[in-house]
Design a binder for this molecule. Structure first.
Ligand code: SF4
Length: 208
């Protein structure tokens, strides 16, 4: 958890920073003691999310796995390492984006969150998005799309097509865990990320 970012905004950003910082800090405090669903009883650590509270780009996955539960940070296992590479390939440092999940506590055995668990937790994510107010969101996998956007289609159908959440452009793409199992899908994922880069004005790699 990049707590320093939550409590110590750069001085030059002071006035503009207070709203997202206050919003995120209050939200994190509420989630820290949360027992609104059964996942709170089995978690080791609540995994709130982390990153730049003013990030232009936000990544949203489905929920913490074992490594994340252990460390209290999102996307720190093998899938997280791949996500880091994806972020760097887009021209960002991990610290420059904001990373969160649908549920803040690990579903046992890395199962998908149940609808009632997602419903209990989604308010935290709504508050995080409102506080960060990113210019674009990348949704990682079908589960994230189902619970944030109420989209029931598979990720193969959803990916690569812009949609929106409260006026914020959203690009669904494959979850890094899937990409680790299905190397051939990386090309499509990169194509999705390049659309996001173009939207955010990031230079696209020149083909040689
Ligand atoms: S998953 Fe969300 S709603 Fe459930 S206990 Fe954890 S923080 Fe609370």
């Amino acid at each position: 958890m990049s707590e320093a970012k939550l409590v110590s905004p750069p001085v030059s950003e002071a006035a503009a920073s207070t709203a997202p910082l206050d919003g995120l800090a209050a939200c994190m405090q509420a989630a820290a003691g949360c027992g609104k669903c059964r996942l709170g009883a089995t978690r080791r650590n609540m995994v709130f999310g982390e990153g730049d509270p003013h990030a232009a780009l936000m990544f949203i996955g489905e929920g913490p796995g074992a490594d994340e539960d252990q460390q209290g940070r999102p996307f720190v296992g093998k899938a997280g390492q791949l996500l880091d590479k994806m972020i760097v390939a887009m021209g960002y440092a991990r610290e420059e984006v904001y990373i969160a999940n649908i549920v803040k506590c690990r579903p046992p055995g890395n199962r998908n969150p149940e609808p009632d668990e997602a419903a209990a937790c989604i308010g935290f994510l709504h508050a995080q998005i409102a506080a960060v107010s990113p210019r674009a969101i990348v949704l990682l996998g079908a589960v994230a799309a189902r619970f944030l956007l109420q989209r029931q289609e598979g990720i193969t159908r959803l990916r690569g097509n812009w949609t929106e959440y409260n006026g914020i452009p959203v690009m669904p793409t494959y979850h890094p865990s899937f990409l680790l199992r299905q190397e051939s899908a990386k090309r499509d994922a990169w194509s999705d990320l390049k659309q996001v880069m173009a939207y955010l004005g990031k230079p696209l790699p020149v083909r040689r």
